[in-house]
Design a protein around this ligand. Structure first.
Ligand code: NDP
Length: 253
């Protein structure tokens, strides 16, 4: 029997990288899936994989930076499955490692709305349904950029806020059936590190603040992050609440 048998999971950013690996892993563990991202065609590929594993799956085109989209996503999930057991807030963008002096307001607002506000929107929509069942596990994807404050200014701020919201929600529901934890991936081989994207990174600032960019510690694979997300999502972590788990080969100890 799979570790998530009988559970319904919403995963944002499920068509690429860590979110895709998590969706595929959750399908193998028996969860029914609600998959969200902006590119529906890419979501459908993950949906097809999940269905081929024998679970039910629904793809919903969603811009998580928009509160109405998040509301629509959760409504679609409840209409299809009548319950939400797991929420993985994974959708996110990088900020090209821009220091405060290089981060304009447009970039700041884009990163904060995608990486931070989305987590607030999604938890706010999902928690009433978890309350109804008095059970649920939320897994927010932060970053070692938060624990070390060594990414760009907007990404650091957003991912630090994710940890703060995670602990705050965990406090609110401590002792109930609802838990909220965060995973902090280290550098992971996903499209964020595609040559085109990496070329746009602010190398000077990166050198100043992070040895994980110099290649001396290996990048993880999306599956390494999916394993950690699965632990928080499953009942095996039922006594773990308000925690953050760094998954980065120890590169930031
Ligand atoms: P990818 O670029 O591979 O995936 C990002 C996902 O987020 C895509 O599915 C994308 O889909 C979705 N997304 C982006 N913007 C939006 C939006 N506005 N609305 C809905 N979905 C959106 O990145 P990773 O897998 O690497 O990253 C996943 C998470 O892990 C992010 O939160 C990232 O910050 C975090 N992380 C990653 C690290 C790494 O080294 N890779 C390190 C630390 C943290 P679409 O474009 O179709 O909307």
């Amino acid at each position: 029997m799979g570790r998530l048998e009988g559970k319904v999971a919403i995963i944002t950013g499920a068509n690429s990288g860590i979110g895709k690996a998590t969706a595929e892993r959750f399908a193998l563990e028996g969860a029914d899936l609600v998959l969200a991202a902006r590119r529906l065609d890419k979501l459908k590929e993950v949906e097809a994989y999940a269905v081929a594993q024998g679970v039910r799956a629904l793809s919903v085109a969603t811009d998580v930076s928009q509160p109405e989209d998040c509301r629509r996503l959760v409504e679609a999930a409840v209409a299809a499955f009548d319950r939400i057991d797991i929420l993985v807030n994974n959708a996110g963008i990088d900020d090209k490692n821009k220091s405060i002096t290089n981060c304009d307001l447009e970039l700041w607002e884009k990163v904060i709305s995608t990486d931070q506000n989305s987590v607030y929107f999604m938890m706010k929509e999902v928690l009433p349904h978890m309350e109804r069942a008095d059970q649920g596990s939320i897994v927010n994807i932060s970053s070692i950029g938060a624990t070390r404050s060594n990414a760009g200014i907007s990404y650091t701020a957003a991912k630090m806020a994710v940890i703060g919201m995670t602990k705050n929600v965990a406090i609110q529901y401590a002792g109930t059936g609802i838990r909220c934890n965060a995973v902090c991936p280290g550098p992971t081989e996903t499209p964020i590190f595609s040559p085109e994207n990496a070329a746009a990174f602010d190398k000077e600032f990166a050198r100043a603040c992070a040895r994980h960019f110099d290649g001396s510690v290996p990048r993880t694979q999306p599956e390494d992050q999916a394993n950690a997300i699965l632990f928080f999502a499953s009942d095996e972590s039922k006594a773990v609440n308000g925690e953050t788990l760094v998954v980065d080969y120890g590169g930031t100890i």
